[in-house]
Design a protein around this ligand. Structure first.
Ligand SMILES: [Zn+2]
Length: 137
């Protein structure tokens, strides 16, 4: 059974809300939503709203884009450990993070969604919502 559809997940993200799953068996959180608990594999899951806050654990800035993304460079992709435990991937809401440096690691951020141009390799896809992180300091 699907507890959260991708449409629901991305609609919420555009409103600044991060949805995830809470396991009714082990209590762990899973985000982004999947069919089973990331921790124990259970399907006994409920939809929850997460805080959307976390800490940058690592990041990388892209200057030379893969085909189709050339208008978006430079952009920085970060891995953020959420307060609830899961790690999610998104972009930082400023460019050239590597010029800011390793000090970004450990910074607190908040997630939000941004609607971006659709990708050339997925012509059937009607829209593209990208998770972004803003610094909380
Ligand atoms: Zn579980």
């Amino acid at each position: 059974m699907i507890v959260i559809t991708f449409k629901e997940y991305f609609d919420a993200l555009l409103e600044g809300k991060l949805l995830g799953l809470k396991c009714k068996d082990c209590g762990a959180y899973t985000c982004p939503p999947k069919a089973v608990c990331d921790s124990c594999g259970s399907r006994n899951l409920e939809k929850v709203q997460l805080s959307g806050k976390g800490v940058i654990r690592t990041f990388t800035t892209t200057y030379i884009a893969p085909a189709g993304y050339d208008k978006e460079v430079p952009y920085t992709v970060a891995m953020v450990e959420l307060e609830e435990g899961p790690w999610i991937v998104g972009r930082l809401d400023f460019d050239k993070a590597d010029e800011v440096g390793q000090g970004l690691i450990g910074e607190e951020v908040e997630v939000f969604g941004k609607e971006m141009p659709t990708e050339m390799f997925y012509p059937d896809k009607k829209r593209r919502v990208v998770p972004y992180f803003r610094l909380l300091r």
